[in-house]
Ligand binder design. Structure first.
Ligand code: FPP
Length: 244
């Protein structure tokens, strides 16, 4: 018989936590501040959360920083968000390096400004050898768009005679997604009380546990991450198998 697990041994953290950071606008509105102020405080919550995730032993943290649909927001807000991302990339990379954090950006780079793309490439290259935590920023990202792009790649390979249609399976498709090499998320958290997936990691999140929190993103930090992970630990993950 297997020995009973020691109660003193905390369960391991989820390998991959992904977060839909929502509620910056409402946080600002409640204080009579402009939406930009909410995004700015949201960027501080990003710093706290990355640090907490690393300390808790999470291996991959994916943050939904800008969706494909966010391009439809007023031009001023898009400019503000891009400005914050630019600042984050410029100011945080040395800190990420100091803490052994590798940065990876997923999403449609063709829609991003050339200077941001250059910053992303430089930041990814500078942090590539780090192993403590992989921070994945989803930028100009949409799950459907990502699956469409993967389908197009497969079609081109078939057309070129490099791939048989019968060789297309879930592994073949997953390997053409921008998350190739990254394990699927175990836990997806969404803040602000909304209960939607909003085009985030549609393929990869097939078996993720979902935790919806009422807290607005600028108020998120270590305590909220710990609470979501405790909730995750109480779940019975079955991947479609029968209940035990
Ligand atoms: C949702 O709040 C949040 C976003 C659209 C973007 C998230 C961006 C940040 C946290 C700041 C910058 C990020 C980094 C990585 C430095 P919302 O505006 O939709 O809020 P609302 O639903 O209350 O209006």
């Amino acid at each position: 018989m297997d020995p009973a697990p020691s109660p003193a041994q905390p369960p391991p953290p989820p390998v991959h936590v992904a977060i839909i950071m929502d509620g910056n606008g409402r946080w600002a509105k409640a204080r009579g501040m402009p939406r930009t102020a909410g995004h700015k405080r949201g960027a501080e919550a990003v710093r706290r959360t990355v640090e907490a995730a690393r300390e808790m032993g999470v291996s991959y943290l994916t943050l939904y920083a800008f969706s494909s649909e966010n391009w439809k927001r007023p031009a001023g807000e898009v400019t503000d968000l891009m400005g914050l991302l630019r600042l984050y990339l410029r100011n945080e990379v040395s800190n990420l390096n100091k803490n052994g954090i590798r940065l990876k950006v997923i999403g449609d780079r063709t829609r991003l400004g050339a200077d941001i793309v250059a910053l992303i490439e430089e930041s990814e290259a500078r942090t590539a050898a780090n192993t403590a935590l992989t921070l994945v920023l989803a930028l100009s990202y949409g799950g459907r768009q990502e699956i469409v792009a993967a389908a197009r790649l497969l079609a081109e390979e078939v057309k070129a005679g490099l791939l048989a249609p019968s060789a297309i399976d879930d592994v073949a498709l997953a390997s053409r997604l921008s998350t190739n090499g990254i394990p699927d998320p175990d836990l997806v958290i969404r803040t602000s009380g909304e209960k939607r997936i909003s085009n985030f990691l549609l393929w990869q999140g097939a078996y993720a546990e979902l935790v919806f929190l009422d807290v607005l993103w600028p108020d998120f930090g270590r305590d909220e991450l710990e609470s979501a992970i405790s909730d995750y630990h109480r779940r019975d993950r079955r991947y479609g198998t029968a209940a035990g």
